[in-house]
Ligand binder design. Structure first.
Ligand code: C2E
Ligand code: MG
Ligand code: MG
Ligand code: MG
Length: 279
């Protein structure tokens, strides 16, 4: 909307920039406070075995509980956390909090439940991540093979040679590795073959119009087949309707998460739901 001529025009433009920069700075400083005042919380969305309907795990999804604005979505503050570097602090907290929660649930009788956490590409670029996870597994007692790290295609498909090294080191800890939002980035099949992955998470955008949309249906079928050929499990994201679930079951998809089963829940609500389901 920039005006190209006149003093008024350019003044308007730079005011506009200052405005959005100011807004970002304000949010950044509020986020800093939010970390200190423990306004960040994790919600947990059940991950379900598609054939048996059993809850097999949870994805930890961060929220910011602002005393004035209420729940603030990660879509809004994660980009600011990333550009300001606060993501590292938040990332450590997410790892610790989710492992602690997973271990607590185990002690409360929910055994074998996996916890998936979202790892920012910026966290993945730092080798400190290995030590953070090692330390947390040790201090919380949460089993490594129940911790799943969700990475994005963009984190993996860089030219860096150390991506593979990093993945191998993470695998050596015993954790599971998943690709989040699969199909929306630029995955190379050559890399997929090379990387020690465990799970592909089919992005919600391919699920939305199932089973009617023929191309999406074929894409999902192809992803399931590709994943199984490479030895990975497949999870469908954002499943909202029974018709979607039925189609995914028919093509051999392993698990799903989505509003059809449950929205992301507070730790307490998740626990209650998982207990009911066990009984
Ligand atoms: P994501 O990891 O792909 O998470 C899936 C998003 O889809 C979540 O949004 C979830 O609440 C939403 N969702 C799940 N099922 C359904 C459904 O059936 N219908 C619809 N319409 N939506 C569904 P959320 O919680 O707002 O998170 C958005 C994104 O923020 C996440 O996408 C992830 O990329 C990022 N994020 C969340 N928590 C963290 C975190 O702890 N660290 C980092 N780095 N990123 C995070
Ligand atoms: Mg995710
Ligand atoms: Mg996703
Ligand atoms: Mg997403």
């Amino acid at each position: 909307k920039a005006k190209s001529e006149g003093r008024n025009g350019s003044a308007y433009y730079s005011d506009d920039l200052t405005q959005s920069a100011r807004e970002r700075l304000r949010l950044e400083s509020r986020l800093r406070t939010a970390i200190l005042e423990q306004q960040l919380v994790l919600y947990y969305q059940p991950q379900v075995d598609i054939a048996s309907g059993q809850i097999i795990g949870a994805e930890a999804l961060i929220r910011w509980l602002d005393p004035e604005d209420g729940l603030i979505s990660p879509e809004r503050f994660i980009p600011i956390a990333e550009s300001s570097g606060l993501i590292h602090e938040i990332g450590v907290w997410v790892i610790e909090q989710s492992c602690r929660q997973g271990e607590l649930w185990h002690q409360q009788g929910l055994h074998g439940l996996s916890i998936a956490i979202n790892v920012s590409p910026l966290q993945f670029q730092r080798c400190a991540l290995i030590q953070q996870i090692t330390d947390t597994l040790l201090s919380t007692g949460f089993p490594a093979d129940l911790l799943e790290l969700e990475l994005t295609e963009s984190a993996l498909m860089t030219q860096q040679a150390d991506v593979l090294t990093m993945l191998r080191q993470l695998k050596q800890l015993g954790v599971r590795l998943a690709i989040d939002d699969f199909g929306t980035g630029y995955s190379s099949l050559a890399y997929l073959k090379l990387f020690p992955l465990d799970v592909l998470k089919i992005d919600k955008s391919f699920i939305d119009q199932l089973p009617k949309h023929q191309q999406d249906a074929e894409i999902c079928r192809a992803i399931v087949s590709l994943a199984h050929t490479l030895g990975f499990k497949v999870l469908a994201e954002g499943v909202e309707y029974q018709g979607q679930r039925d189609f995914l079951t028919a093509i051999g998809c392993d698990c799903f998460q989505g509003y059809l089963f449950a929205q992301p829940l507070t730790a307490d609500d998740f626990f209650q739901l998982a207990l009911q389901h066990k009984a």
